[in-house]
Write a protein that binds this ligand. Structure first.
Ligand code: 6PG
Length: 463
């Protein structure tokens, strides 16, 4: 076998890069690999076992590039930010104008757009990859940006390694330019909201009803078989039922209540606001993670402002409330995508995006299979107005209202669930209260307003 037979190069042998390379080799795709620390290469090839027959390890960058057949596809699985810029700089002199470099990390789409513009003489693609290590190894969901030329090269490599929903591979060329990373960012925003809403329901059961973690886990296990069927609910059920071997307590009870975040949820919110949207449930989730890190201040405040009370909520109401909250968080995410598509002229196919999220990715759920046809009906219309949305959402809204109301009355925080509900109540209010905002703006700043009866711009005599 000659060295030029690799169909693709994967640079970066961290968890995700290694898993992706092994997935490719397993699917019969010859892959060249390399890594900044070259002493990782031999152990990786040894661990690859019989798959190593389709893997070419290369220590030097030029050797790595040479090992990939032209026109080349080089996938970078390295830390986002400066390392990506540095790698592109090193790669460009070694590549030709038909070659494609893919950044498969979680990058800010603004950086991806800049890199696309700067990477003169090659094709640069930002690709979102979801599903963690297991996904990368056995079938991730992949959201591809960049040019049609690059997609022609990538499609035959990515389709065999993608997760499958029934027979449909969960990969698509979602749009040009930075669209792939933008779509992945919004995926993560929805992921944040979903995780936060699940945590809020867990909090109501733990703090409001005195349930122990394994009992809550068993309830989530039941829910994972119903309308909440999803990877995140399954994962929640699993982690709540694990015992810590050291203490004998549920492991989740031994974990500090301070959540990390790498930025993708925050980017979703920032971009939503720039686009004139409000992804309030996602914002609540990002905010809740930020507040979680102020542990010592929270402990001090708990002594100064004590007094959350109990709630008495039945599991069926909680299940419905979580379902409604999840639907609303997804709708907010899709509205951000719709706004971005219009702003950047990406022609995003929202239904197809929902479809490629049905398997492989972290937010995979039965809900996405229900949302896809609604999104396909009338792509230009808010999905809240799609035929069938009322049937999906309305039966669960009274329970969301009951759960949020009880939590608020008891002083138990449900920021994401309540943000979703407030958004829904605002969105369905034919006549809102912005008339008063306009009157205030005109009264103090002479900003003018439109009247309901006479066209044009008007001012009031506010005295
Ligand atoms: C995925 C995940 C993955 C990861 C993110 C979020 O789709 O596979 O979203 O990308 O979990 O990095 O991480 P943070 O929670 O640390 O922001």
């Amino acid at each position: 076998m000659t060295r030029t037979q690799a169909r693709v190069g994967v640079y970066g042998l961290g968890t995700m890069g290694s898993a992706l390379a092994l997935n490719m080799a397993e699917q019969g795709i010859h892959v060249a690999i390399s890594n900044r620390e070259s002493d990782w290469i031999a152990p990786f090839l040894a661990e690859a076992g019989e798959l190593a027959i389709r893997i070419t390890g290369a220590v030097e960058l030029a050797e790595f590039v040479d090992a990939v057949a032209q026109p080349r596809v080089i996938i970078l699985m390295i830390p986002s930010g400066a390392p990506v810029d540095a790698m592109i700089k090193r790669l460009i002199p070694l590549l030709g104008e038909e070659d494609t470099v893919v950044d498969a990390g979680n990058a800010d789409f603004i950086d991806t757009r800049r890199r696309t513009a700067e990477a003169a003489g090659i094709h640069f693609v930002g690709m979102g990859v979801s599903g963690g290590e297991d996904g990368a190894r056995h079938g991730p969901s992949m959201m591809v940006g960049g040019s049609d030329h690059s997609w022609q090269q990538l499609q035959p490599i990515l389709e065999p390694i993608a997760a499958r929903f029934k027979h449909d591979p969960c990969v698509a060329h979602v749009g040009p330019d930075g669209a792939g990373h933008f779509v992945k960012t919004v995926h993560n925003g929805i992921e944040y909201a979903d995780m936060q809403m699940i945590a809020e329901i867990y909090g109501l059961l733990r703090d409001g009803q005195g349930w122990e973690a394994p009992r809550i886990g068993a309830l989530f296990s039941d829910w994972a078989k119903g309308k909440l069927a999803s990877f995140l609910v399954e994962t929640t059920a699993k982690v709540l039922q694990v015992t810590d071997p050291n203490s004998g307590h549920p492991l989740v009870d031994m974990i500090r209540d301070q959540a990390g975040q790498k930025g993708t949820g925050r980017w979703t919110v920032i971009e939503a606001l720039k686009l004139g949207q409000s992804a309030s449930a996602i914002e609540a989730a990002v905010g809740a993670r930020a507040w979680s890190s102020t542990k010592s201040a929270r402990l001090a405040a708990a002594t100064q402002f004590p007094g959350a009370e109990q709630v008495d909520l039945d599991p069926a109401s909680l299940e419905n409330a979580l379902f409604a909250g999840r639907v609303l968080a997804h709708l907010q995410g899709f509205e951000v995508l719709r706004a971005a598509s219009a702003e950047f002229d990406w022609s995003l196919d929202l239904a197809r995006i929902a479809e490629i999220w049905r398997a492989g990715c972290i937010i995979r759920s039965n809900l996405l299979d229900d949302l896809a046809p609604l999104l396909r009906q009338a792509p230009e219309r808010p999905v809240l107005l799609a035929d069938g949305m009322a049937d999906l959402l309305l039966p669960a809204i009274p329970d969301l209202r009951q759960v949020v109301g009880a939590a608020v009355a008891a002083g138990l925080p449900v920021p994401a669930l309540s943000a979703g509900l407030a958004w829904f109540d605002t969105a369905r209010q034919g006549t809102g209260t912005a008339n008063l905002i306009q009157a205030q703006r005109d009264a103090f700043g002479v900003h003018g307003f439109e009247r309901t009866d006479v066209p044009g711009k008007h001012h009031g005599d506010w005295g």
